[in-house]
Design a protein around this ligand. Structure first.
Ligand code: SF4
Ligand code: SF4
Length: 395
């Protein structure tokens, strides 16, 4: 594959030579097949890192399989050297794992797959149900095992540590060879990574880390890595607003490439998982593999920070929450709006919003004095953003 040209690869996929063919409804990808004219060699991953002490070696640039994609894009990523794929039971309205399984079944033993399951800790959780959900995930993934099973979206690790049912289910799944390693994903790294340092749960953690809000967790990430826990970074594009910010164009690299370089310049990060939902994403992101954080990359990062400072609701921030008399989940609502507007995940964003408790939605904002705005240290127009987000996510 090292000498394959992009057009040839895509043609091979279209004709089923690589065993995938085009999935039904793959309009965007067919469009690419008709128009792709590049004869340049496909980019290749240049660096692989140890994933904590798991013994696994992962590509420095890996694949988040969260957004709408076609299976052959994931196979293309694999052919470019990407070997770590992150999915979840809930992605693409329960279809994400099936896409990953279909795309990678022929190379299953050569790739590392993580899947994630969320739990409502207010409900009774039973070991048998946890095991059954994992077995259903394995069926969709077309695999006998998953490399890493994570608890999805954890804000407090003690909830897992205190759940005998979850702990026992994961132990059983490991004993049965259905799960190799465990871990969790989190938007609350300041709390959960600290808890992970004091517990034996988890060999790999997935957390948000980017140039606009990553600095504060760096000592914790270092300690986690020194303990031997594998570190995977998500939300690395700090809102992904590059499409709406003028002045980020550079002949040397794109903003996403600069952001990847920034994240991977931290030796305590093993890999990062930008969402790869098109061939061009794969090529753009893989081209940043193994590249240093040089002056040009730092220049683009600085410009983005300047332009996005008053626009980006920091995902890990909750500073305005206590100022709201109506208990609106400001950060969650603005995160879903970000999925909708910047990630192109309209349906997923709307379904996340629909699943929120009504009392935490911004239903009173229009007539409120906007106490949250005075509490926001970054000067965001929070009230207007929330009113807009509600309209967007319920349209
Ligand atoms: S505008 Fe008022 S109701 Fe809405 S989040 Fe801000 S403080 Fe809360
Ligand atoms: S609006 Fe401002 S204070 Fe509130 S969560 Fe976002 S960044 Fe933090």
């Amino acid at each position: 594959m090292s000498r394959i040209k992009r057009r040839n690869f895509i043609t091979a996929l279209a004709s089923g030579v690589l065993g995938l063919g085009l999935p039904r409804g793959g309009r965007a990808e067919q469009g690419e097949i008709l128009t792709a004219q590049s004869e340049s060699p496909v980019p290749k991953i240049k660096k692989y890192n140890s994933l904590g002490k798991t013994g696994l070696k992962v590509s420095d640039v890996s694949c988040g399989a969260i957004s709408l994609f076609e299976g052959n894009v994931l196979r293309y990523a694999y052919e470019c050297g990407v070997n770590y794929f992150d999915t979840a039971e809930s992605y693409l309205r329960m279809k994400g794992e099936a896409y990953v399984g279909q795309a990678l079944k022929e190379v299953r033993s050569k790739v590392i797959i993580t899947t994630k399951h969320g739990f409502d800790f207010r409900q009774k959780i039973e070991k048998a149900a946890v095991i059954k959900r994992m077995e259903e995930s394995l069926k969709r993934l077309q695999s006998d095992y998953v490399d890493i099973a994570m608890v999805h979206g954890l804000s407090d690790l003690s909830l897992v540590l205190n759940s005998q049912e979850i702990m026992s289910a994961y132990d059983q799944l490991k004993k049965d060879g259905k799960v190799r390693f465990t871990g969790f994903s989190t938007h609350n790294a300041e709390v959960t990574l600290k808890q992970a340092l004091d517990s034996d749960f988890g060999q790999v953690v997935l957390f948000m880390y980017n140039h606009m809000e990553g600095k504060k967790i760096e000592p914790l990430v270092k300690a986690i890595r020194e303990k031997g826990i594998g570190t995977v970074a998500m939300k690395i594009f700090a809102g992904g607003m590059q499409g709406n910010l003028k002045g980020l164009v550079s002949p040397e690299m794109s903003y996403p490439q600069a952001a990847i370089r920034w994240v991977m310049s931290n030796p305590d990060i093993d890999t990062c998982i930008p969402t790869m939902s098109s061939y061009s994403h794969v090529e753009e992101y893989v081209a940043a593999s193994g590249r240093p954080l040089d002056r040009a990359a730092l220049g683009i990062i600085a410009r983005y920070q300047q332009l996005a400072h008053h626009l980006y609701c920091r995902v890990s921030c909750s500073e305005c929450l206590s100022a709201c008399p109506h208990d609106v989940a400001v950060n969650d609502v603005l995160r879903y709006a970000m999925y909708f507007e910047n990630y192109g995940m309209e349906r997923e964003a709307m379904s996340c919003y629909a699943a929120m408790e009504a009392r935490r939605k911004p239903l009173s904002c229009a007539s409120c004095a906007g106490y949250c705005e005075s509490a926001c240290p970054y000067g965001l127009s929070v009230k207007a953003r929330l009113v807009h987000a509600h309209d967007l996510l319920t349209a």
